[in-house]
Design a binder for this molecule. Structure first.
Ligand SMILES: NC(=O)c1ccc[n+]([C@@H]2O[C@H](COP(=O)([O-])OP(=O)(O)OC[C@H]3O[C@@H](n4cnc5c(N)ncnc54)[C@H](O)[C@@H]3O)[C@@H](O)[C@H]2O)c1
Length: 342
């Protein structure tokens, strides 16, 4: 079976997912695309086979009889409307993060999906599909390091455009650690605070860089996340879980460490695309296989998307107020109690 996919938003990641679905993933075909920039949509359709229909808006993609499932890769504020339209049409939807930009919209999506009784929605948190993170989770779950107590994370980018603000980093960057630690420790984040280290002179005035975000999970595990987004040397994602009787470190990305008489070189990826390319491929192959089998989505759920938006809102509040902000997610529909893990 070939799953026919419609893409809404053919910008940077929408184009990359079109390439992935066309050239890398088996069992998928991109049959329709759209973008508010119509030329851009046509250009991407032409570049990858030229057979996809170019529609003038996202709702026409969702309604297209030649589309079995939809990928949403447009700007965040447009996601909620398209996700709800996919659920109404009964079509599986892969929505890039965020699920929606407000907690209210996320909550509405969660309730709408739960009422259908089918998991149609998957949110694009790809770190769950990264081999190094999966190996780390196996060690934690096996009890090899004893009960996990705390985790140190680093999220480093070589640079970001001068337009990126502190709120932008707390919304768009740290969201990946938010989902990651909820999945890794199978628990919800209960509170957050944001610490402000000495500022890097390389950061623009609108950005406090670096930041340290501290999460506390409901069960007491504490996680510190260093966000340094102008660190020049590369894209470096680190993690170390401290347990009662040992520690487990996130393995390096698949780069060969070279040691000579001159010393050792540990090459780092240039950017997130390079670091997580296999994770995106695995994420999409599993999603397509599930859709082809008519199965419910098993990846990050609408509930996970809701939790991520609530927590990133809390990160922004904690930064602005410089206080500990507690997080109330409210009742989780029983529907989301199973699954939701890659
Ligand atoms: N999972 C990840 O690691 C990851 C990485 C990058 C981006 N993202 C997410 O993917 C989404 C897109 O990011 P990007 O970096 O590709 O942005 P982008 O600006 O490069 O692309 C977005 C595209 O969507 C189009 N668009 C906007 N509103 C639209 C609408 N209503 N209908 C149709 N097209 C519309 C824009 O014209 C643009 O071409 C964002 O939500 C972002 O957070 C996720």
């Amino acid at each position: 079976v070939t799953v026919r996919i419609g893409i809404i938003g053919t910008g940077m990641i929408g184009e990359d997912h079109t390439r992935r679905l066309t050239d890398v993933i088996s069992g998928a075909e991109v049959t329709a695309v759209t973008d508010v920039d119509a030329d851009r949509a046509k250009e991407v359709a032409d570049r990858f086979g030229g057979t996809a229909a170019v529609h003038s808006n996202g709702h026409d993609v969702i309604a297209d009889d030649n589309v079995d499932a939809v990928v949403i890769a447009s700007w965040g504020p447009s996601h909620a409307e398209f996700v709800l339209a996919c659920v109404a049409a009964g079509k599986p939807v892969f929505c890039e993060k965020p699920l929606a930009t407000t907690a209210e919209d996320c909550r509405r999506i969660v309730e709408t999906e739960a009422a259908t009784g089918r998991r149609l929605i998957q949110v694009g948190f790809m770190r769950r599909y990264d081999a190094a993170y999966q190996a780390l989770k196996q060690v934690v779950d096996a009890g090899t390091i004893g009960a996990p107590l705390l985790m140190h994370c680093a999220h480093r980018n070589a640079s970001v455009p001068d337009s990126v603000t502190t709120a932008g980093v707390l919304t768009d960057s740290v969201v990946h650690e938010v989902d990651l630690v909820r999945w890794l420790f199978d628990d919800e984040i209960a509170s957050v605070r944001v610490l402000l280290p000495k500022r890097s002179s390389l950061a623009a005035a609108v950005l406090h860089d670096p930041l340290v975000v501290v999460f506390e999970l409901a069960g007491g595990i504490m996680i510190d996340v260093e966000l340094s987004v102008n660190i020049r040397y590369g894209y470096d994602i680190r993690g170390e879980v401290v347990g009662e009787i040992g520690v487990a470190q996130l393995a390096d990305a698949a780069k060969t460490m070279v040691s000579t008489t001159a010393g050792s070189i540990r090459p780092v990826p240039a950017d997130w695309r390079e670091r997580f390319i296999s994770a995106y491929d695995t994420e999409f192959q599993e999603w397509v296989d599930g859709v082809a089998a008519g199965a419910d989505a098993t990846g990050p759920s609408a509930w996970d998307g809701y939790a991520a938006t609530v927590v990133t809102d809390a990160c922004n509040a904690a930064y602005e107020t410089q206080s500990v902000v507690t997080i109330e997610l409210g009742e989780r529909p029983v529907f989301y109690a199973t699954g939701g893990t890659a």
